[in-house]
Design a protein around this ligand. Structure first.
Ligand code: ATP
Ligand code: MG
Length: 562
């Protein structure tokens, strides 16, 4: 798997920060934040944002906060808060004592809103949601001013206070910014700042029945925390004038909003809403199903934090949307595990082999290398005996041309062991199915080399039958059949789910050194790929492995497809 490591990708945000520092902006401070809404588990797209925000802070001796943007009580839950904390830590980032909740700022935000009302820059509106939309106009048509727009300040103050104390039902009033109903940017046409929602919040309980809208809240959160660079995804570009307007009107600390293109990954979906749907409808087992692009799913599958951080660096930061080939993520985990995962032998679809000329009661140990990439990982002893397992696919009774593996009369090498030759094929008399192979071995080839210099064209992995550990192995394929399941607007993305994304092999035979394999441990099964002990399904006496990724695809091959 030798391959050239791709160059570090340019990062325009890094350049902005360097320039700001040169010009002495923000007293030379760099302070970023990662602001998830706790309405789902984090996915690989969030990892990009986490690596970017924490990475830039670290690079410039700055700080990065973890902030829960929990301004919407309806979809948010404690479970998500817990999982997000776990995932960011797992990725390797530390917010020290700077864990914040937007809901802690509700009172401050309310006071800021009162300030805007007093300045004549916000008003209470009685239009319904539908009316507000209707009055907003379109890109080609200016909006219409609300009949409540010119309410006297005192009346606005009184109504807003009564909105807060719970006098009005949901949807009956909103607080809106008074900007410009003819503004070419629709976000500036008197956007809603507060709505009434009689709903309990996961942290503030029933304390509030008005909740701030994202655009109003987000800039205030950044400002209160002294953020210098507020990095967000591209869909907020059109919201930046509003972000700026609110902070300018209040005259408070004004962070700079910078947008970048969100990560899209081929053969999967990334929005939390869709991922939740897959979980709720049972298309996957849970948020941490190893097929999910969530950090908990990737972790369970066997991805390492290093591989995800490297991936984030590799894909870079751009201003233009694109879809990243999932092969790049797979490349990153292969690169990482190639260096650190011990090699073992595991037979996924076993076929019994009897070495007919090997003494009945005998057994021996052979030396095997734990990682050819790292001699410090040493060697181990693997048992060899008269009965073994090899892969069913490594034998063909009627081999096509160029099939160099085992076939009647054909000689192959058993890895670290001996040359063997197939002498007989035993079948079930009823079904005709091959039940075992009889082979002879050449005792002179111990260690896998013939003293007479004769060559074989294939080396097979194998496991001694008497010593084998039983395990279940789960093979995964793409979650979706098509690279971009959400691009076709006429077809529900779920119609592109791959029905064969999970294959369970329940009769696998592994080398005995895996008897004590612990949840989360990762190995290369020679020729079969990288595998991780499943942390949910594995219990005492039951070993379940997830295939993280197969062995193929060097960088050169991936690059050709990009
Ligand atoms: P989704 O659309 O997947 O539900 P979101 O943007 O609603 O995600 P938030 O919890 O609001 O999720 O996001 C937290 C941070 O992560 C934000 O700064 C957001 O811009 C960033 N982020 C979310 N998705 C991606 C992505 N695919 N690529 C890069 N950054 C992302
Ligand atoms: Mg969101």
């Amino acid at each position: 798997m030798a391959s050239e490591k791709p160059q570090r990708t340019p990062n325009f945000i890094r350049n902005i920060i360097i320039k700001d520092l040169e010009q002495g902006k923000n007293e030379g401070r760099v302070h970023t934040r990662f602001p998830p809404e706790p309405n789902g588990y984090l996915h690989i797209g969030h990892a990009k944002s986490i690596c970017l925000n924490f990475g830039l802070a670290a690079e410039f001796s700055g700080l990065c906060n973890l902030r829960f943007d929990d301004t919407n009580p309806v979809k948010e839950e404690e479970e998500y808060v817990r999982s997000i904390i776990e995932d960011v830590k797992w990725l390797g980032f530390d917010w020290e004592d700077r864990l914040y909740y937007a809901s802690d700022y509700f009172k401050q935000m309310y006071e800021y809103a009162v300030q805007l009302i007093k300045k004549g820059k916000a008003y209470v509106c009685d239009l319904t949601g539908d009316q507000i939309r209707e009055y907003r106009g379109t890109l080609t048509k200016p909006g219409v001013e609300s009949p409540y727009r010119n309410r006297p300040i005192d009346e606005n103050l009184d109504l807003f206070e009564r909105m807060r104390t719970g006098e009005f039902p949901d949807g009956s009033h909103t607080l809106r910014a008074k900007i410009d109903m003819a503004h070419k940017n629709l976000n500036m046409r008197d956007p809603v700042m507060y709505r009434i929602l009689h709903a309990a919040h996961h942290r503030t309980g029933d304390q509030w029945c008005i909740y701030p809208m994202y655009d109003w809240a987000h800039g205030l959160e950044d400002s209160i925390e002294g953020i210098t660079h507020s990095i967000c995804t591209l869909e907020f570009e059109d919201h930046r004038p509003l972000y700026d307007w609110f902070l300018d009107q209040l005259g408070v600390h004004h962070p700079q909003q910078i947008e970048f293109a969100r990560l899209n990954l081929s053969y999967t979906v990334m929005s939390k809403r869709r991922l939740l749907e897959l979980v709720k409808e049972g298309h996957v087992s849970s948020w941490d199903d190893p097929r999910m692009p969530t950090l908990s799913g990737l972790r369970r599958r066997g991805y390492t934090p290093e591989s995800i951080r490297n991936f984030s660096e590799l894909i870079g930061v751009a201003k233009r949307e694109s879809v990243v080939d999932i092969a790049m993520l797979e490349y990153c985990i292969r690169e990482d595990l190639n260096k650190q995962a011990p090699r073992v032998m595991g037979v996924l679809k076993p076929l019994k082999v009897v070495i007919v000329n090997y003494p009945q009661a005998e057994a021996e140990y052979l030396e095997a290398i734990n990682n050819p990439e790292d001699s410090k990982m040493g060697t181990r002893q693997i048992p060899f005996s008269r009965e073994l397992y090899i892969e069913q696919d490594d034998f063909k009774e009627n081999p096509p041309k160029k099939f160099y593996r085992l076939a009647p009369g054909q000689e192959v090498r058993l890895r670290y062991a001996y040359f063997i030759k197939c002498v007989d094929v035993i079948k079930d008399p009823q079904t005709g199915e091959i039940t075992e192979l009889h082979c002879s071995y050449d005792p002179e080839t111990r260690g896998g080399h013939a003293p007479d210099g004769r060559k074989v064209k294939a080396t097979l992995h194998w496991v001694s039958a008497a010593d084998a550990i039983d395990a279940e192995v789960r093979l995964y394929d793409r979650l979706f059949n098509v690279p971009d399941p959400t691009s076709d607007k006429d077809q529900n993305y779920k119609t592109f789910l791959n029905p064969n994304s999970l294959e369970i092999l329940s009769n696998c035979k592994l080398e005995p050194c895996l008897a004590d394999a612990k949840p989360g441990e990762k190995y290369q099964f020679e020729r079969n790929g990288y595998f991780c002990v499943d942390s949910v399904e594995s219990t005492t006496g039951r070993l379940v492995f997830n295939r993280i990724v197969s062995l193929k695809d060097s960088w050169a091959k991936i690059e050709k497809r990009l």
